[in-house]
Write a new protein. Structure first.
Length: 221
C-alpha cells in the first residue's frame, strides 16, 4: 500500500484531507522493530509520536527490583508517545516495549505539534484519545483498590473478549490467553496467583480453558 494510503487507514488521521496526509507522510517514517525491543525508557527525552501500523506494544512502569506493571497496551491504529510532546522537559512518562514484531509510524513531534495548532480536528481527536485513556486508567486504579485478583483477572478476560474476542456459533466469546506472567503484570499480581484465579474462574463455570484458548460463555450478546 502507498504510505499515504497507510496513513488514511489510521482512524486518528481519518479527518485529514489529501494535502494534510501528505504533510504527515513527509514528517514521518515507518520503522520495523523485533519483539521485546525497548523503544524508549521512562525519563528518556523524546520528541516523536508513534502510531502502531501492525504488531503490539506495552506501556510499562518498572520497579527497582525488576517487577513490571503494564499501564496499557496498544495495537494497530493506536498512537503513543504524545505525553512527552506536552512536557517542557520532553520526558517520557513510561517505558514502551514491543510485545510482538511491530511496524510503527514514527512522526516528528515538532511537526506534529505544528499540525495540531493548525488543525482543530486533530487536536480534538487527540484530546478524545487522551481522555479515554484517563478514564481507563481511573477504572483500573479503582479495580486495584476495590477488587481482589480473582475479579481483576475476570475483568481482564472480559475486556479482552469484548475488544477482540471471536464469537462462536452458540454466542459465547473465545480469546487466545496471553502468558500468565503478562496477565499478572497487567492486573498487578503474581503469576502463581493468576494461575489460581484462572482455575477458580473455570471451577465456577465462568470460563472454559482449552489449551491457550479461553471461552467466556456468559458474555453472550
Ligand atoms: P510518553 O510519556 O511520551 O511516553 C510513554 C507513553 O505511554 C505516553 O507518552 C503515553 O502515550 C503512554 N502512556 C503513559 N501513561 C499511560 C496510561 N496511564 N495509559 C495509557 N497510556 C499511557
Amino acid at each position: 500500500m502507498n504510505p499515504v494510503e497507510v496513513l488514511r487507514a489510521v482512524p486518528f488521521f481519518a479527518g485529514l484531507n489529501q494535502n494534510q496526509l501528505e504533510t504527515v507522510h513527509r514528517v514521518s517514517e515507518i520503522q520495523q522493530f523485533a519483539k521485546d525491543t525497548i523503544l524508549f525508557r521512562e525519563g528518556d527525552r523524546g520528541d516523536a509520536l508513534y502510531v502502531v501500523l501492525s504488531g503490539r506494544v506495552k506501556v510499562v512502569k518498572l520497579a527497582d527490583d525488576g517487577r513490571e506493571f503494564i499501564l496499557a497496551s496498544f495495537g494497530p491504529g493506536e498512537l503513543f508517545g504524545e505525553m512527552a510532546l506536552f512536557d517542557p522537559d520532553e520526558k517520557r512518562t513510561a517505558t514502551v516495549v514491543t510485545f510482538e514484531p511491530s511496524s510503527l509510524l514514527v512522526i516528528s513531534g515538532k511537526l506534529f505539534m505544528a499540525m495540531l495548532m493548525e488543525n482543530p480536528a486533530i487536536s480534538l481527536s487527540l484530546l478524545r484519545t487522551v481522555t479515554q485513556r484517563l478514564k481507563e486508567s481511573s477504572a483500573r486504579f479503582a479495580n486495584l483498590i476495590f477488587l481482589d485478583t480473582y475479579s481483576r483477572v475476570g475483568n481482564y478476560l472480559v475486556k479482552m473478549a469484548q475488544d477482540g474476542g471471536r464469537r462462536l456459533a452458540d454466542g459465547s466469546l473465545v480469546i487466545t490467553r496471553p502468558p500468565q506472567q503478562e496477565i499478572a503484570d497487567f492486573v498487578g499480581s503474581s503469576r502463581e496467583t493468576v494461575s489460581r484465579a484462572l482455575k477458580e474462574l473455570e471451577h465456577q463455570g465462568l470460563i472454559r480453558m482449552i489449551g491457550k484458548k479461553v471461552i467466556l460463555s456468559r458474555l453472550k450478546p
